[in-house]
Each structure stands twice: as C-alpha cells, then as structure tokens.
Design a protein around this ligand. Structure first.
Ligand SMILES: [Zn+2]
Length: 474
C-alpha cells in the first residue's frame, strides 16, 4: 500500500468539494450523430443520472506500472480529477459507482467501479476506460443514482438505529463500526448482552416513527468542541480535526433537545428522513466479546426483503397445502405428529429387541460350566441392546452375555457379567478385547461395559472368539 501512497503524494492533491451542476440540460449533439447519441444517452447518462459534474479536469492517471499520461480503451487504472461528485469509500459508507462522459454527456469514456482516498483529501477513481483518457482532458462525471439513493437511505438509517439503540438499551451503547452499502446497513456497537426480540421490536418501531415524522436532515460545519457540546456523537475509533467538523442532525421537535440524532459524519444522507421509506431489522448477532451487530434494510431494499419473505411463505403454504394464515398451526401439528411417530418407533424397536430374547437365550453355550451368550443381533439401537443384555443376564441367573449390532456403518458392543462371576470375568476387559478386533475401543465396569467398533463385517467372527477368551481367564 505504501508505494502507491507515495506515488499519489508526488502528483499533488485535488479539491474534493462536490460539484452539483445538473446532469440535465446539456446541449444537443450535432445532427449526424444525433440518433446514436440519443440512444447512448438513454442507455447510460440518463440511466445513471445521479449527482453529476461537467468539465472536470483529469489531473493524474495511475496504471499498474505507476503514473501514466493516458489510459487506453479497455485498460483499468486510477484517475484523479480536480473535483468530483463520486463519493469515495469512507466512514463506513461504500463508494459510488458511475462513469466519465465527454462534456456533452453523449459518449461514455470510462466506467467508474469505485473510489477511495489514497491519502487524506485526495480521491482516486477506480476506472475501466471505454475510450482513451489523457491527463488534461475535461470530462463529465456522474454517479449511479439508484446505487447512491440506496446507500444514503441506509446511511441515514444507521444514524437512526444508533440513536434508537441508545434510547432503548442505554447510553453505554457506542458505535464500534458500520457499513452503509446499497443492499443493507450494518451497525456494530458495544453492549454486554443479546438484544432480545422485544427490544429489537421497540428499536424498529422507534426508528420507523422517526421516519414517518419526515423531518429535514440538517448538516453544518463547526468546531469539534462546539459539536460535542451540542450533543453530537463521535465515533471513538476516529480522529477528528479541531475545526471544520461536519455535523449531521435529524431534528425532532418532540425532543427536549430538539433533535433525535446528531453525529459527526462526512457521509451522504437523505434530504428528509421520510425518504428512507421504511427500515426493517433483519439480523442481530455477536461479533466479538461485548460487541453486537445489527443488520437492517431500508426503502426498496426493505420491499425486496418483504417480497422474498412473502414468496417463502407462499411456498410453505403450498407445500403444506394450507392457507398462509394456517402455516404455523400446520407446522405445530406436523411437529406433534413427528414426535408421536418417533415415540412409536422407539417402542417398536424395544418390542423388536425383546422379541429376540428367547431366541438368543436358546443359543447359550457352556464354557467350563459357565453359561455364555455371544451373538450378533439386528434391528436394535444401543438402548435396545442394553435392555437385551440386562434381560439375558436375569434369565441366565449366572453367566456372561456379549452382544453386538451394526449401527450406522459402525459396531455397537455391550457385555454383561452376573455379579457372582465378576471376580473371574471382567466385562470391561472382555469388551475391550472385542473392540480391539473391530478397530475400536471401550471399557466399563466389571459387570457391564460398552464399546464401539468400525468393522461391521468382522462382528460375527469377533463374537465367535468370546468362548475361547473366557476360557483363558478361568
Ligand atoms: Zn454517518
């Protein structure tokens, strides 16, 4: 970044005072090019038709290789003008996009994809040239109106959200970051807890009350001291000059202070708060310890949000085959049904497990006088397996039970030993030995132990080794 800044320093600074000459009323082009120019105007200049300025001088051009005298069509670079209407990214507000035209507004010369401050007070336009641009050329510059309008609605919305947060959560709320983009606004602030749905509802309500009040947004330039004394909020992450600070005020005659919001801010704003239309909070989350983030949409962005939600609701209603008002009740009903089905399934599994009891009990083997059951069972979960082991232990009175079942591509193993035999045969050791053969591990108490394994194909073979394992311990 530093080399770029040094390069910029070497070419001096341009005034950043925006020029507000109108985009409209330009002279008509000559007859020969009239038709083509009319089409071009309709397609580009008039479509953009945001803040515009004519006769801006190209002071410097920087390409990838450094300062250059010209930028050819198709090349991208950074351009400094003697003045501009393009807002460069700063203070959380994203940059404008737009275009350079010839002074008649008929011919596009470059697309402006963004702008930034390489050093304080100097704006560099990121451009892709559509015609050759030369240092010294005079161009008309225009910002994309729709994008700018979306951004400023969100920026003024951010100020409203900030004020509402302090009113509702408390004045400990301090801004720790913000983003004012065309599609949404984001406001990060210090607060110790999650902001609940009720508080969010209150914040949204208060902001929209303020929007409907439709007061005229005021900007003034004053000293830092005077601004702070008048109650203006400063963003503590920023350094401000002692004089010439800009204050943006949203008046409210109902407030004893005479305003709803007052902030130090260099960004662009709506003329009247009513221009925001509506503000809808769409998210609240934690971004760091003690820092929360609110995201919201405004104006046309809010309408798009509502339309997407309405579309989702329509699809849900259609899927559930009910009217939109009945969606919630239908989902609750379905949820109850699912719970009941899960219960029934559990009961079925238990029944299924116990149904295998007699069959398993019949496969008992006698190893040096000790009753041993070691079998693979199917269609039971871990709970069912546990119950089977318990029931078989009871049924045997005295003996060893080792059962295994394949479960979701893995193996579940449980071994139980009646208390009278635990001195000789340790269930934990038995299960450990089995699990090892199946690529797993496990252990437990002398009378009951569980394990998991991976080799489902080897389960039967591993269980067949149980009698010989027990034999070695007797
Ligand atoms: Zn601001």
């Amino acid at each position: 970044m530093l080399p770029v800044m040094l390069k910029w320093r070497s070419i001096g600074r341009a005034s950043t005072a925006p020029c507000t000459s109108s985009a409209h009323g330009q002279e008509r082009p000559g007859k020969a090019a009239q038709k083509r120019q009319r089409i071009l105007r309709m397609r580009s200049w008039q479509k953009r038709s945001g803040p515009a300025a004519k006769d801006c001088r190209i002071e410097a051009i920087i390409s990838k290789s450094g300062p250059v005298k010209e930028l050819k069509a198709g090349e991208s670079g950074e351009v400094v003008l003697d003045r501009t209407v393009i807002y460069a990214e700063s203070g959380g507000q994203v940059a404008d996009t737009g275009a350079f035209y010839d002074n008649s507004g008929a011919q596009e010369l470059a697309a402006v994809t963004g702008a930034f401050y390489p050093v304080a007070g100097l704006i560099a336009h990121r451009v892709v040239a559509t015609e050759t641009l030369r240092v010294g050329d005079r161009v008309a510059v225009v910002a994309d109106a729709e994008r700018r309008a979306r951004i400023i609605r969100n920026h003024t919305g951010t100020h409203l959200v900030h004020a509402a947060l302090r009113n509702i959560l408390g004045i400990h709320v301090k801004q720790s970051g913000s983003l004012n983009a065309p599609d949404r606004l984001r406001f990060d602030f210090s607060h110790f807890a999650h902001v609940g749905a009720e508080e969010l509802g209150d914040i949204e309500q208060q902001v929209n009350d303020e929007i409907r009040l439709n007061t005229q947004v005021e900007t003034s330039v004053t000293s830092l001291e005077e601004a702070l004394n008048s109650g203006a909020l400063a963003f503590f992450g920023d350094k401000y000059p002692e004089s010439n600070v800009r204050v943006v005020t949203i008046p409210d005659p109902r407030s004893p202070r005479g305003f709803y919001s007052k902030e130090l801010c260099g960004g662009t704003h709506v003329e009247r708060v009513g221009d925001i239309g509506v503000l809808k909070i769409v998210g609240e989350e934690s971004v760091a310890a003690g820092v929360r983030r609110i995201e919201a949409v405004t104006g046309i962005g809010a309408l798009e949000h509502y339309q997407r939600r309405a579309q989702t609701l329509r699809q849900l209603a259609s899927q559930l085959n009910v009217g939109e008002d009945a969606v919630l009740a239908q989902v609750e009903k379905l949820s109850e049904t699912v719970k009941q089905l899960e219960k029934d399934l559990e009961a079925q599994k238990r029944k299924g497990a116990l149904g295998q009891l007699d069959e398993l009990a019949a496969r008992v083997q006698l190893i040096k006088g000790i009753k041993v059951i070691a079998e693979e069972v199917q269609n039971v979960d871990r709970d069912g397996l546990r119950q089977l082991v318990d029931s078989l232990r009871q049924k045997l009175g005295s003996g060893v039970v080792a059962l295994g079942t394949p479960e979701n591509g893995k193996v579940a193993l449980i071994a139980g030993v009646t208390k009278d035999l635990t001195v000789k045969i340790h269930a934990g050791k038995l299960i450990g030995a089995l699990a090892e053969k199946l690529g797993g591990k496990g252990g437990g108490r002398p009378d009951l132990a569980e394990a998991g394994g991976k080799d489902t194909a080897g389960l039967k073979r591993a269980l067949q080794t149980v009698p010989s394992l027990i034999e070695t311990w007797l």
